[in-house]
Design a binder for this molecule. Structure first.
Ligand SMILES: Cc1cc2nc3c(=O)[nH]c(=O)nc-3n(C[C@H](O)[C@H](O)[C@H](O)COP(=O)(O)OP(=O)(O)OC[C@H]3O[C@@H](n4cnc5c(N)ncnc54)[C@H](O)[C@@H]3O)c2cc1C
Length: 304
Protein backbone atom coordinates (compact mmCIF):
# COMPACT_ATOMS: atom_id res chain seq x y z
CA UNK A 1 0.00 0.00 0.00
CA UNK A 2 1.26 3.48 -0.89
CA UNK A 3 1.51 5.64 2.25
CA UNK A 4 2.96 9.08 1.42
CA UNK A 5 2.96 11.91 3.97
CA UNK A 6 0.82 13.94 1.57
CA UNK A 7 -1.47 12.83 -1.23
CA UNK A 8 -2.58 15.63 -3.54
CA UNK A 9 -5.62 15.05 -5.73
CA UNK A 10 -5.58 17.26 -8.83
CA UNK A 11 -2.95 18.73 -11.16
CA UNK A 12 -4.26 22.27 -11.74
CA UNK A 13 -2.60 25.37 -10.26
CA UNK A 14 -3.91 24.59 -6.75
CA UNK A 15 -2.63 20.99 -6.63
CA UNK A 16 0.72 21.77 -8.28
CA UNK A 17 1.43 24.72 -5.99
CA UNK A 18 0.50 22.62 -2.97
CA UNK A 19 2.97 19.99 -4.26
CA UNK A 20 5.71 22.56 -4.67
CA UNK A 21 5.31 23.79 -1.08
CA UNK A 22 4.84 20.34 0.49
CA UNK A 23 7.86 18.99 -1.42
CA UNK A 24 10.02 21.90 -0.29
CA UNK A 25 8.97 21.19 3.30
CA UNK A 26 10.65 17.78 2.98
CA UNK A 27 7.56 15.54 2.95
CA UNK A 28 7.02 12.57 0.68
CA UNK A 29 4.39 13.85 -1.75
CA UNK A 30 2.37 11.98 -4.37
CA UNK A 31 0.07 13.77 -6.79
CA UNK A 32 -2.80 12.22 -8.75
CA UNK A 33 -3.30 14.07 -12.02
CA UNK A 34 -6.89 12.99 -12.66
CA UNK A 35 -8.92 13.16 -15.86
CA UNK A 36 -7.86 16.72 -16.79
CA UNK A 37 -4.05 16.78 -16.53
CA UNK A 38 -2.99 20.36 -15.84
CA UNK A 39 -6.52 21.40 -14.95
CA UNK A 40 -8.63 24.11 -16.54
CA UNK A 41 -5.85 26.60 -17.11
CA UNK A 42 -4.47 24.28 -19.80
CA UNK A 43 -7.53 25.24 -21.88
CA UNK A 44 -6.51 28.86 -22.25
CA UNK A 45 -4.18 30.05 -25.00
CA UNK A 46 -3.06 33.18 -23.18
CA UNK A 47 -2.67 34.12 -19.53
CA UNK A 48 -2.36 37.82 -18.88
CA UNK A 49 -3.26 38.18 -15.24
CA UNK A 50 -0.79 36.03 -13.32
CA UNK A 51 2.00 38.23 -11.86
CA UNK A 52 5.26 37.86 -13.84
CA UNK A 53 3.57 35.60 -16.41
CA UNK A 54 1.89 37.82 -18.95
CA UNK A 55 2.47 36.33 -22.37
CA UNK A 56 2.43 32.53 -22.35
CA UNK A 57 -0.29 29.92 -22.71
CA UNK A 58 -1.96 27.91 -19.98
CA UNK A 59 -0.02 24.82 -21.02
CA UNK A 60 3.31 26.68 -20.77
CA UNK A 61 2.36 27.87 -17.30
CA UNK A 62 1.30 24.44 -16.09
CA UNK A 63 4.37 22.74 -17.62
CA UNK A 64 6.69 25.09 -15.71
CA UNK A 65 4.82 24.61 -12.46
CA UNK A 66 4.79 20.82 -12.90
CA UNK A 67 8.56 20.91 -13.51
CA UNK A 68 9.07 22.97 -10.34
CA UNK A 69 7.05 20.45 -8.34
CA UNK A 70 9.01 17.51 -9.82
CA UNK A 71 12.30 19.23 -8.92
CA UNK A 72 11.36 19.15 -5.23
CA UNK A 73 10.51 15.45 -5.37
CA UNK A 74 6.75 15.32 -6.01
CA UNK A 75 5.83 11.99 -7.65
CA UNK A 76 3.10 12.13 -10.31
CA UNK A 77 0.55 9.37 -10.98
CA UNK A 78 -1.98 9.34 -13.83
CA UNK A 79 -4.82 8.04 -11.68
CA UNK A 80 -8.42 9.06 -11.02
CA UNK A 81 -9.95 8.91 -7.58
CA UNK A 82 -13.06 6.77 -7.52
CA UNK A 83 -13.82 6.41 -3.82
CA UNK A 84 -12.64 7.92 -0.54
CA UNK A 85 -12.87 7.09 3.16
CA UNK A 86 -11.92 10.21 5.06
CA UNK A 87 -13.99 10.19 8.21
CA UNK A 88 -11.02 9.15 10.36
CA UNK A 89 -7.43 7.97 9.93
CA UNK A 90 -6.20 5.81 8.32
CA UNK A 91 -7.55 7.77 5.33
CA UNK A 92 -8.17 5.73 2.20
CA UNK A 93 -8.18 7.02 -1.36
CA UNK A 94 -9.13 4.46 -3.97
CA UNK A 95 -8.26 4.89 -7.65
CA UNK A 96 -8.71 2.55 -10.62
CA UNK A 97 -5.13 1.39 -9.97
CA UNK A 98 -4.65 1.08 -6.22
CA UNK A 99 -5.64 2.06 -2.69
CA UNK A 100 -3.65 4.89 -1.13
CA UNK A 101 -3.29 5.35 2.62
CA UNK A 102 -1.74 8.81 3.04
CA UNK A 103 -1.08 10.59 6.34
CA UNK A 104 -2.76 13.71 4.97
CA UNK A 105 -4.73 14.69 1.87
CA UNK A 106 -4.97 17.89 -0.18
CA UNK A 107 -8.06 17.97 -2.38
CA UNK A 108 -7.58 20.19 -5.45
CA UNK A 109 -10.12 18.66 -7.84
CA UNK A 110 -11.59 21.90 -9.17
CA UNK A 111 -14.94 22.14 -10.89
CA UNK A 112 -16.69 20.94 -13.99
CA UNK A 113 -18.76 22.88 -16.48
CA UNK A 114 -22.41 23.42 -15.89
CA UNK A 115 -24.66 22.57 -18.84
CA UNK A 116 -27.84 24.54 -19.50
CA UNK A 117 -30.04 21.43 -19.84
CA UNK A 118 -32.28 23.00 -22.50
CA UNK A 119 -34.47 21.30 -25.10
CA UNK A 120 -32.45 19.53 -27.84
CA UNK A 121 -29.17 20.25 -26.03
CA UNK A 122 -28.24 16.62 -25.53
CA UNK A 123 -28.84 15.94 -29.22
CA UNK A 124 -26.38 18.60 -30.41
CA UNK A 125 -23.58 18.10 -27.86
CA UNK A 126 -20.51 17.51 -30.03
CA UNK A 127 -22.56 18.42 -33.13
CA UNK A 128 -22.43 22.15 -32.65
CA UNK A 129 -22.67 22.56 -28.88
CA UNK A 130 -19.44 22.69 -26.88
CA UNK A 131 -18.11 23.99 -23.59
CA UNK A 132 -14.50 24.52 -24.71
CA UNK A 133 -13.52 27.04 -27.38
CA UNK A 134 -9.86 26.03 -27.24
CA UNK A 135 -10.78 22.41 -27.89
CA UNK A 136 -13.49 22.91 -30.55
CA UNK A 137 -13.20 26.50 -31.84
CA UNK A 138 -11.07 25.31 -34.75
CA UNK A 139 -14.14 23.67 -36.35
CA UNK A 140 -15.85 27.03 -36.80
CA UNK A 141 -13.37 28.88 -39.00
CA UNK A 142 -15.20 31.80 -40.68
CA UNK A 143 -18.55 30.59 -39.34
CA UNK A 144 -21.03 32.26 -37.02
CA UNK A 145 -20.96 31.05 -33.43
CA UNK A 146 -22.68 31.94 -30.19
CA UNK A 147 -21.26 32.10 -26.68
CA UNK A 148 -23.78 31.86 -23.85
CA UNK A 149 -22.87 33.62 -20.61
CA UNK A 150 -21.61 36.99 -19.48
CA UNK A 151 -18.88 36.36 -16.91
CA UNK A 152 -15.12 35.85 -17.19
CA UNK A 153 -15.35 32.41 -18.84
CA UNK A 154 -17.75 33.67 -21.52
CA UNK A 155 -15.43 36.61 -22.15
CA UNK A 156 -12.34 34.35 -22.41
CA UNK A 157 -14.21 32.07 -24.81
CA UNK A 158 -15.46 34.98 -26.98
CA UNK A 159 -11.99 36.49 -27.21
CA UNK A 160 -10.52 33.16 -28.25
CA UNK A 161 -13.20 32.66 -30.92
CA UNK A 162 -12.93 36.16 -32.33
CA UNK A 163 -9.79 35.18 -34.25
CA UNK A 164 -11.39 32.07 -35.76
CA UNK A 165 -15.09 32.65 -36.30
CA UNK A 166 -16.74 35.14 -38.64
CA UNK A 167 -19.01 36.57 -35.94
CA UNK A 168 -19.31 35.73 -32.27
CA UNK A 169 -22.76 36.39 -30.77
CA UNK A 170 -22.35 36.80 -27.02
CA UNK A 171 -25.70 36.16 -25.32
CA UNK A 172 -26.19 37.31 -21.77
CA UNK A 173 -29.31 37.40 -19.62
CA UNK A 174 -28.05 40.55 -17.94
CA UNK A 175 -28.20 44.24 -18.80
CA UNK A 176 -24.41 44.37 -18.92
CA UNK A 177 -21.40 42.09 -19.05
CA UNK A 178 -19.95 40.78 -15.81
CA UNK A 179 -16.31 39.79 -15.40
CA UNK A 180 -12.98 41.57 -15.31
CA UNK A 181 -12.87 45.21 -16.52
CA UNK A 182 -10.03 44.69 -19.04
CA UNK A 183 -11.68 41.62 -20.55
CA UNK A 184 -14.94 43.53 -20.91
CA UNK A 185 -13.14 46.42 -22.57
CA UNK A 186 -11.49 44.08 -25.05
CA UNK A 187 -14.73 42.30 -25.87
CA UNK A 188 -16.55 45.60 -26.36
CA UNK A 189 -13.82 46.87 -28.69
CA UNK A 190 -14.03 44.00 -31.18
CA UNK A 191 -16.25 44.49 -34.21
CA UNK A 192 -17.03 40.80 -34.71
CA UNK A 193 -18.30 40.21 -31.18
CA UNK A 194 -21.98 41.16 -31.17
CA UNK A 195 -23.53 41.30 -27.74
CA UNK A 196 -27.18 40.45 -27.10
CA UNK A 197 -28.09 41.74 -23.65
CA UNK A 198 -31.20 40.70 -21.66
CA UNK A 199 -31.42 37.58 -23.76
CA UNK A 200 -32.66 34.17 -22.71
CA UNK A 201 -31.71 31.09 -24.67
CA UNK A 202 -34.73 28.80 -24.83
CA UNK A 203 -33.45 25.88 -26.87
CA UNK A 204 -31.52 24.64 -29.86
CA UNK A 205 -32.54 23.87 -33.44
CA UNK A 206 -30.92 21.97 -36.28
CA UNK A 207 -31.00 18.86 -38.37
CA UNK A 208 -28.02 16.50 -38.25
CA UNK A 209 -26.02 19.37 -36.78
CA UNK A 210 -26.88 22.54 -34.89
CA UNK A 211 -28.17 25.37 -37.09
CA UNK A 212 -29.39 27.87 -34.54
CA UNK A 213 -30.60 28.91 -31.11
CA UNK A 214 -34.07 29.87 -29.97
CA UNK A 215 -33.65 33.17 -28.16
CA UNK A 216 -35.91 35.78 -26.61
CA UNK A 217 -35.14 39.27 -25.46
CA UNK A 218 -36.74 39.86 -22.06
CA UNK A 219 -38.56 42.92 -23.45
CA UNK A 220 -40.07 41.02 -26.41
CA UNK A 221 -42.99 38.64 -26.45
CA UNK A 222 -41.81 36.56 -29.41
CA UNK A 223 -38.85 34.24 -29.64
CA UNK A 224 -36.42 34.37 -32.57
CA UNK A 225 -34.00 31.98 -34.18
CA UNK A 226 -30.37 33.06 -34.20
CA UNK A 227 -28.55 31.18 -36.98
CA UNK A 228 -25.20 29.78 -35.85
CA UNK A 229 -23.22 26.64 -36.57
CA UNK A 230 -21.48 26.52 -33.21
CA UNK A 231 -22.52 27.34 -29.68
CA UNK A 232 -20.24 27.52 -26.65
CA UNK A 233 -21.89 27.36 -23.25
CA UNK A 234 -20.06 29.33 -20.57
CA UNK A 235 -22.59 29.63 -17.77
CA UNK A 236 -20.55 28.50 -14.82
CA UNK A 237 -19.24 25.48 -13.01
CA UNK A 238 -20.17 22.95 -10.36
CA UNK A 239 -17.63 21.66 -7.83
CA UNK A 240 -16.29 18.10 -8.19
CA UNK A 241 -17.46 17.14 -4.71
CA UNK A 242 -19.67 14.14 -5.38
CA UNK A 243 -17.09 11.76 -3.85
CA UNK A 244 -17.06 13.65 -0.57
CA UNK A 245 -20.78 13.64 0.12
CA UNK A 246 -21.56 12.73 3.73
CA UNK A 247 -17.87 12.97 4.61
CA UNK A 248 -16.86 16.64 4.32
CA UNK A 249 -18.95 19.72 5.06
CA UNK A 250 -19.97 21.59 1.91
CA UNK A 251 -21.86 24.86 1.40
CA UNK A 252 -25.30 25.15 -0.20
CA UNK A 253 -23.76 25.09 -3.68
CA UNK A 254 -21.68 22.00 -2.94
CA UNK A 255 -18.29 23.73 -2.47
CA UNK A 256 -16.10 22.28 0.31
CA UNK A 257 -16.07 24.40 3.45
CA UNK A 258 -12.56 25.30 4.58
CA UNK A 259 -10.88 27.32 7.28
CA UNK A 260 -9.64 30.32 5.28
CA UNK A 261 -6.39 30.56 7.26
CA UNK A 262 -5.35 26.91 7.03
CA UNK A 263 -7.54 25.47 4.20
CA UNK A 264 -8.40 22.59 6.53
CA UNK A 265 -11.77 20.98 5.81
CA UNK A 266 -14.18 19.75 8.46
CA UNK A 267 -11.76 16.82 9.05
CA UNK A 268 -8.31 17.24 10.61
CA UNK A 269 -5.56 16.27 8.16
CA UNK A 270 -7.76 16.81 5.08
CA UNK A 271 -7.27 20.10 3.23
CA UNK A 272 -8.98 21.55 0.16
CA UNK A 273 -7.75 24.32 -2.12
CA UNK A 274 -8.51 26.02 -5.42
CA UNK A 275 -11.88 26.14 -7.15
CA UNK A 276 -13.37 23.12 -5.35
CA UNK A 277 -13.69 25.00 -2.09
CA UNK A 278 -15.72 28.10 -1.43
CA UNK A 279 -13.40 30.74 -2.88
CA UNK A 280 -15.70 33.19 -4.64
CA UNK A 281 -13.04 33.80 -7.29
CA UNK A 282 -12.15 31.27 -9.95
CA UNK A 283 -8.63 32.39 -10.78
CA UNK A 284 -5.28 30.65 -11.07
CA UNK A 285 -3.46 32.99 -8.68
CA UNK A 286 -6.09 32.46 -5.99
CA UNK A 287 -6.07 28.69 -6.54
CA UNK A 288 -2.26 28.65 -6.26
CA UNK A 289 -2.28 30.79 -3.12
CA UNK A 290 -4.75 28.48 -1.40
CA UNK A 291 -2.62 25.48 -2.45
CA UNK A 292 0.39 27.08 -0.75
CA UNK A 293 -1.68 27.75 2.37
CA UNK A 294 -2.88 24.14 2.52
CA UNK A 295 0.67 22.77 2.22
CA UNK A 296 2.07 25.17 4.81
CA UNK A 297 -0.73 24.33 7.25
CA UNK A 298 -0.31 20.61 6.98
CA UNK A 299 3.29 20.99 8.15
CA UNK A 300 1.90 21.76 11.60
CA UNK A 301 -0.48 18.80 11.37
CA UNK A 302 2.18 16.29 10.26
CA UNK A 303 4.81 17.50 12.72
CA UNK A 304 2.41 17.56 15.71
C1 LIG B 1 -11.47 28.82 -20.62
C2 LIG B 1 -10.87 29.24 -19.31
C3 LIG B 1 -9.88 30.23 -19.29
C4 LIG B 1 -9.33 30.64 -18.09
N1 LIG B 1 -8.36 31.62 -18.11
C5 LIG B 1 -7.83 32.06 -16.95
C6 LIG B 1 -6.83 33.08 -16.95
O1 LIG B 1 -6.42 33.61 -17.98
N2 LIG B 1 -6.32 33.46 -15.74
C7 LIG B 1 -6.75 32.92 -14.55
O2 LIG B 1 -6.24 33.29 -13.50
N3 LIG B 1 -7.68 31.94 -14.53
C8 LIG B 1 -8.25 31.51 -15.69
N4 LIG B 1 -9.20 30.54 -15.66
C9 LIG B 1 -9.62 29.97 -14.35
C10 LIG B 1 -8.59 28.93 -13.86
O3 LIG B 1 -8.30 28.04 -14.91
C11 LIG B 1 -9.10 28.19 -12.62
O4 LIG B 1 -9.46 29.12 -11.63
C12 LIG B 1 -8.02 27.26 -12.07
O5 LIG B 1 -7.59 26.36 -13.06
C13 LIG B 1 -8.50 26.49 -10.84
O6 LIG B 1 -7.47 25.67 -10.43
P1 LIG B 1 -7.71 24.34 -9.57
O7 LIG B 1 -6.35 23.73 -9.43
O8 LIG B 1 -8.49 24.64 -8.37
O9 LIG B 1 -8.65 23.40 -10.47
P2 LIG B 1 -8.51 22.87 -11.95
O10 LIG B 1 -7.56 23.69 -12.74
O11 LIG B 1 -9.90 22.75 -12.44
O12 LIG B 1 -7.88 21.42 -11.77
C14 LIG B 1 -8.63 20.37 -11.21
C15 LIG B 1 -7.79 19.11 -11.23
O13 LIG B 1 -8.47 18.08 -10.50
C16 LIG B 1 -8.32 16.85 -11.20
N5 LIG B 1 -9.41 15.94 -10.84
C17 LIG B 1 -10.75 16.11 -11.01
N6 LIG B 1 -11.41 15.00 -10.63
C18 LIG B 1 -10.46 14.11 -10.21
C19 LIG B 1 -10.50 12.77 -9.72
N7 LIG B 1 -11.66 12.09 -9.57
N8 LIG B 1 -9.33 12.16 -9.41
C20 LIG B 1 -8.15 12.82 -9.55
N9 LIG B 1 -8.06 14.10 -9.99
C21 LIG B 1 -9.20 14.71 -10.33
C22 LIG B 1 -8.34 17.26 -12.68
O14 LIG B 1 -7.74 16.27 -13.48
C23 LIG B 1 -7.52 18.56 -12.63
O15 LIG B 1 -6.17 18.26 -12.77
C24 LIG B 1 -9.76 30.08 -16.85
C25 LIG B 1 -10.73 29.06 -16.88
C26 LIG B 1 -11.28 28.64 -18.08
C27 LIG B 1 -12.31 27.54 -18.08
Amino acid sequence: MNTPDVLIIGSGPAGLTAGLYAGRAGFSVSLLTGPEKGGKLSLTDKIENFPCFSTGSGIEFITKLEQQAKEVGVSFFNENVQQVALLHPPFKIITEVQTWQPKSVIIAMGTQVKWLNLPQEEMYKGKGISVCATCDGFFYKNKNVAVIGGGNTALYESLYLTNIAKNVYLLTQNKQLQGEFLLRQKVLSLANILIYYNTDVLGFVGNEKLTGLKIKNKADTEEKILSVEGCFEAVGFVPNTRLFQNQLLVDKNGYIKTNKQTMQTSIKGIYACGDIQETGYSQALIASASGARAAMSLENYLKA
